[in-house]
Design a protein around this ligand. Structure first.
Ligand code: UDP
Ligand code: MG
Length: 139
């Protein structure tokens, strides 16, 4: 299992607010190389499958509605220690708890609408990357 890649989504709120450029600049300036990237929109079935681990949680319905309401930017990122370093760069799930300078501190509105996704393990990074990209879309 490679430890140098992670998967991210700039969530619908980031796209709606015009934050794609600023967030990508922060990501690349932090040493991540973009391996794959696209603007896409998740269907209800996509979001339910992607977030299946949370399907018993009280916020699941809202999460699916939020994640499907508009386009996202999906990307695979490469860097030494990518998963852990990217979680540090995005900050805590709740922006109120996120460290200064993190992407969620800067751009997230709430624990629900929190601007970006970051994989939580190498295994999930590989699964989530393959969910959105074919091998020929990865560079
Ligand atoms: N979420 C929510 N309410 C919560 C916790 C999470 O709406 O109380 C949403 C939020 O968009 C979060 C996503 O569900 O990013 C997945 O939750 P997780 O705990 O995996 O947080 P993450 O890994 O994104 O920090
Ligand atoms: Mg998570």
């Amino acid at each position: 299992m490679r430890t140098d890649r992670t998967f991210t989504m700039l969530k619908p709120d980031s796209v709606e607010k015009g934050h794609i450029g600023a967030i990508l600049e922060k990501i690349t300036a932090s040493g991540f190389r973009i391996v794959a990237m696209k603007l896409t929109q998740m269907t209800k079935a996509d979001a339910e499958a992607f977030y299946a681990i949370h399907n018993e949680r009280p916020f699941f319905g809202e999460l699916v509605t939020y994640m499907t309401r508009g386009p996202i930017v999906a990307a695979i990122l490469e860097k030494n220690n990518a998963v852990e370093d990217f979680r540090t760069l995005i900050g805590a799930t709740n922006p109120a708890d996120a460290a200064e300078g993190t992407i969620r501190k800067l751009y997230a509105a709430s624990i629900g609408e929190n601007a970006v996704h970051g994989s939580d393990s190498d295994e999930n990074a590989a699964i989530e990357g393959a969910f959105h990209f074919s091998g020929r879309e990865m560079f």
